[in-house]
Structure formats: structure tokens, C-alpha cells
Design a protein. Structure first.
Lengths: 509, 86
């Protein structure tokens, strides 16, 4: 038969993953332990496993062509695909339901996704698409980098929101190529760029001979190679490095002091637009660096005291979600303090390993030129002016993020705002991507500043001002009109320009 | 034209209908009333009077702190050659 149906149990999960390897080795795999929690009733709640016995995976096929096909040993071309459902059914019920068009057990709501099992020794987890956890009362989970997939199975199709994941095979790809492959699944969907396989990514990274070894078998990519692989598909890399290498005559010393508050802000700002973020981390076990793909975050409710320091919505983030090829999809990376992360890795005794951020790489559409830092620095100045003039009774919280202008217009159009405000925004001519700096006090949105992401950082890239709270007009006049020179004039730090002055003046009249 | 379309950010229409339901000829009285904005409770009523020099000094201080951000974009080729390969 072309398929098998099994009830979901930990033993059956081990059985289906152990296609070309022993069950014992599967049970020792970190991924197996991770999936046990993921599929459990506290996770996404799997009840049935369906094994599709012959499946052609495009990513594996390309890797097969680039490496395995020319090995002396005969590696198979076909994979197995393991599907998961949250409804219980057996083979005979599946056969009936397959021909029932309105079947409840074979529907988008019952389908949980799949894992491709590769016919390789050890590295068996191929392309994997799984549903994400839902929100609960205690946690707001934002999986911003997920996208729609359509999965076809025996003539049925299932729609699922996820982000593709796979394990490195240690031959054509190490963690870096795999993390980039994860990220490309989203960027290809966002920007219509290419989606190369892990082996093609490794090849495109080139070899700068900073290390011993060859492209294949691959032992990892350095930051230059990571950026080059990103550029090979027509994107650019926005790179920030926290680590420093100090080389003296006698030694080479690496100093990594993570600035996690900054990382939290930059990850939030770009990830909210859906962009995956590559985190180059150093795991505190002395065994080198690792690349993971951040695809979301969890926020917590928090009250901030009114201080001179700037507060951002991003400061609420307590966890990142990341595809970690050595652990599993949507793995939790917890923020421990301002310099330390709790990674998803464990030592031999089962203790969670800490880590620090060495670098951040954001694969970007080339026309997004204005950076988070450019916007942040402008808003930081405005924040201190608002603080000094004592405009608000409570702490002002800024929500700074990149977004598509059409999404912004849709949000305003569907919001509970006056028609005049909606007209102002929806008829505004805007570039495809804009930066928003939203001023919020006690959950009340006061105003938005809109920044043109395609402009130049020395130009007047703050494009528009949208006032949501009309009663703030008198106090905001004191800021924007009484201190016109500081905010708008050339030669002063904000330098918002005369066009914006006229626009704000109209809004506040 | 509907009465709603007369509303603006400054004025709101108040309409009185003087006829009964069965009257064929309806008479409306329209009063354009000035909107009174209820001030949001989180906004201070009085703005502090801060001299321009003090504001510029505060801005200079935060700009000084923000220079640390620029360091994240400055690195050597040594820093770029660190490899991720776990």
C-alpha cells in the first residue's frame, strides 16, 4: 500500500522516523524529544500519523543531485512524508473519508502538517511544515514569519500557516546554510526571490578560505559567506556585529558582550514586517558558534515607569521563537538578562545552555534602505523633547516597526477612526515599505510618524504624521510649532524638513 | 447629501425633525455645533516651559549615547571570519 495509518503515540513516532536508522538512535535524537513535546496534548495535539511512503522532496532532490547521486553508495532518491492530524482515525476510516468531499477529519482544521524523512544516516529530518502553538491567557505569541502553504496528499489539499524547517545534513549544509534555507522560505514568498536548496545555498556562499576545509563536505559558513549567500538571491544583508576579535602578537581573543535590549528592538522592528532574522549565537559550552532563524516572539504585559530613558513596545519581548536545526521548529529562546539568552540547547545532564548574540543578519529587499537605527535615532530625540516638556502623565511607549504601506492602510481603514482620518491615510501615496513610529500612552495611540524606507538617511525621510487623539492637539502644538526650529529646520538634530512642518501644522490646526 | 457628511473634525451636526411620521413634507432644523473635545486623561494640561538651550543639551546627551549603536555596524574582517558551524 502507498500509505500507512497509525495512532499517534511516542513509540509510533519513533517507529516512523526510524526508516533508515535504528529506533534507538531516533530516541537519542534531540529532535525526537522536541517533537514529543510539540505533538503532545499541551502542544498541537496530534492523534493520528499517516505515512506517505514515496515522496519527492524538491530540496532533497537538489541536494541528492549535488552530492549523494555521485557517491559510490546507492542513496535512494525518494523520501517518506509523515503527516499528522488532530483527529483519530484508522486505515478503513481514512479510505472512506478520502472520497468524502466535506470530511471533517481530512480538513484544514484537523491537519497539523508534515515531516519529510530523508533516506540518510543520522540527519533524517527533511523539510518540515507544522502548525504553530496557539495563544493562551498568559502569553501573546507572534509568529510573524509564517506563510501559507498548500499541502497535497492523494488529491486532497490542506492549507497550513507555517515556516518550513529542516535539520542540517552535515554534508551539503551545516547550521548556517540550513538557517538561511529556513529564512528564504519566507523571503521568497515576500519578495518573489529564488528559493535555492541547502546545497545550492552553500555553493553560492563561495569559499573565502578563512578556514580550512572545502565547500562540500560543509563545516559551516562565516559571516562574509552568509551575507554573500543572501545577496546571491537578490536580497541584501543588514548586518550588526556584537562580537569583537582582538588579535595580538601572541593571541587571538574573542569578546562577545551581547546587547540584548538592542537585539530585542531590532528583531521586533524587522520581524513585525514578516522578515526572518538570522541570529548568530555563541552557545556557552565552548564549542563554537551557531546560526538560527528567528521567526517570532512572545510578549508579556508590562507597566513601564516614566523615565528619561526611551521605552519601546519591543521591550516587552521575553522570548524569541526560532528554527534551530539542531533542536526543532519554533524553539523557544528565552531572554535571561541584558547580556544572556537561554538557548534551546541542553548539556549532557539536561541543563539548559546559555548563550550570547555575536551578530544579527537581516535578509532584506534592496529598496528598504532606511534602517531601524536611522528611525530610532530620530524618534529618540523626539522622545526626549516630549519628556522634557512633560506632555504625558505616564511613560510614552514607542512602537517602531517596518510594514507594508498597504497593510498599514488596511489597518487604518478597518479601525474605529473618523472618516477624515481614514481618508488622509488611504489616499496618501506611499512606498511599498514604510517605517512606523507609533506613540502610545497607557495603551492609547496618540499619533504615528511615517517614514519612507526607500529614502536616504541624511534626507527628510519622515514622510507623514497621523494624529489619532484630537485632544492632544494643544500640547503637541507646543512641541511641533513652538519648537519648530529644533524639529524641522536644517542644522538641528531632528531635521524633519519644511514639507512635514506644513503637514503637521495642518493636522494640528 | 446625508447629515453625517456634514460632520467635520471641528463641527458636528445636530438635527431636529419637526414633522410627524406620516407627514409628506418634512422639515428639518440643522444646527452645526462646535465639537468640544474631551481631553484624554493621560495628557498633562500644562506643558513645562523648558528653555531651548536645555532641550538642546538633553538632545546632545541622548545623541552621545546613541553613538554606541553605530559601533555595531563597524567591524574588522577578523570579526566577519567567525564561522557558524554547529
Amino acid at each position: 500500500m502507498e500509505y500507512d495509518v497509525l495512532p499517534y503515540t511516542p513509540a509510533n513516532l519513533a517507529k516512523v522516523l526510524a526508516w533508515k536508522v535504528s529506533r534507538q538512535s531516533i530516541k537519542h535524537k534531540t529532535h525526537y524529544k522536541y517533537f514529543l513535546e510539540y505533538f503532545s496534548h499541551t502542544g498541537i495535539g496530534a492523534k493520528t500519523i499517516l505515512i506517505e511512503k514515496n515522496y519527492i522532496s524538491r530540496a532533497y532532490f537538489s541536494d541528492f543531485s549535488n552530492y549523494y547521486s555521485v557517491c559510490f553508495k546507492d542513496y535512494p532518491r525518494f523520501c517518506r512524508r509523515i503527516h499528522f492530524f488532530n483527529e483519530a482515525f484508522d486505515t478503513s476510516r481514512f479510505q472512506e473519508e478520502l472520497f468524502n468531499k466535506g470530511s471533517k477529519i481530512l480538513s484544514d482544521s484537523s491537519y497539523l502538517g508534515y515531516i519529510v524523512v530523508k533516506p540518510l544516516p543520522e540527519s533524517i529530518i527533511g523539510p518540515t511544515i507544522l502548525k504553530t502553538y496557539g495563544n493562551d491567557a498568559t502569553k501573546l505569541r507572534c509568529y510573524n514569519s509564517i506563510r501559507k502553504y498548500e499541502v497535497n496528499l492523494f488529491g486532497r489539499s490542506f492549507k497550513i500557516d507555517s515556516m518550513a524547517y529542516q535539520e542540517q545534513d552535515t554534508v551539503v549544509s551545516a547550521c548556517a546554510s540550513t538557517a538561511i534555507w529556513n529564512a528564504f522560505h519566507k523571503t521568497a514568498n515576500m519578495f518573489q526571490t529564488q528559493l535555492p536548496s541547502p546545497s545550492e545555498i552553500t555553493k553560492s556562499a563561495g569559499n573565502f578560505y578563512n578556514h580550512s576545509g572545502r565547500i562540500f563536505p560543509n563545516q559551516g559558513l562565516d559571516l562574509s559567506q552568509i551575507c554573500k549567500a543572501i545577496e546571491s538571491v537578490g536580497l541584501v544583508s543588514e548586518l550588526r556585529i556584537e562580537g569583537r576579535i582582538e588579535v595580538t602578537e601572541n593571541s587571538r581573543k574573542e569578546i562577545v558582550k551581547s546587547d540584548i535590549p538592542y537585539a530585542r528592538r531590532i528583531v521586533y522592528a524587522y520581524n513585525k514586517a514578516g522578515l526572518p532574522i538570522l541570529l548568530f549565537i555563541k552557545i556557552n559550552d565552548g564549542n563554537g558558534h551557531h546560526l538560527i532563524t528567528v521567526n517570532g516572539f512572545a510578549e508579556k504585559e508590562q507597566e513601564f515607569d516614566k523615565t528619561e530613558e526611551m521605552t519601546l513596545r519591543a521591550d516587552r519581548i521575553e522570548q524569541f521563537y526560532a528554527h534551530d536545526d539542531q533542536v526543532g521548529p519554533f524553539a523557544r529562546i528565552t531572554i535571561e538578562n541584558t547580556t544572556l539568552l537561554k538557548t534551546a540547547w541542553r548539556d549532557a545532564k539536561g541543563n539548559v545552555l546559555g548563550g550570547s548574540i555575536y551578530a544579527i543578519v537581516i535578509p532584506l529587499y534592496p529598496k528598504i534602505r532606511i534602517t531601524f537605527d536611522d528611525v530610532y535615532k530620530k524618534v529618540r530625540i523626539l522622545d526626549i523633547i516630549l519628556y522634557k516638556l512633560d506632555i504625558f502623565k505616564y511613560e510614552l511607549e514607542w512602537d517602531i516597526y517596518l510594514t507594508e504601506s498597504n497593510k498599514y492602510k488596511e489597518e487604518i481603514l478597518n479601525g474605529k477612526y473618523e472618516t477624515s482620518l481614514k481618508r488622509k491615510v488611504i489616499f496618501d501615496i506611499l512606498p511599498r515599505y514604510i517605517w512606523i513610529a507609533r506613540a502610545i500612552v497607557k495603551k492609547n495611540v496618540v499619533f504615528d510618524l511615517l517614514f519612507d524606507s526607500t529614502d536616504i538617511s541624511r534626507g527628510y525621510f519622515c514622510k507623514d504624521f497621523v494624529l489619532f487623539e484630537p485632544s492632544a492637539k494643544p500640547v503637541l502644538k507646543k512641541v511641533f510649532l513652538d519648537h519648530k526650529d529644533i524639529v524641522f529646520d536644517d542644522g538641528y538634530p531632528l531635521n524633519f524638513g519644511q514639507d512635514l512642518y506644513k503637514s503637521i501644522k495642518r493636522s494640528l490646526s | 447629501m446625508s447629515f453625517n457628511s456634514l460632520a467635520s473634525s471641528t463641527f458636528r451636526p445636530i438635527v431636529f425633525h419637526t414633522g410627524s411620521k406620516n407627514d409628506n413634507a418634512n422639515l428639518f432644523i440643522l444646527i452645526m455645533s462646535k465639537k468640544v473635545e474631551k481631553k484624554a486623561s493621560y495628557i498633562n494640561t500644562k506643558v513645562s516651559d523648558v528653555p531651548k538651550s536645555e532641550l538642546l543639551e538633553a538632545i546632545r546627551k541622548v545623541q552621545e549615547q546613541d553613538k554606541l549603536i553605530d559601533d555595531k555596524s563597524r567591524f574588522t574582517s577578523q570579526s566577519l571570519s567567525v564561522r557558524a558551524g554547529r
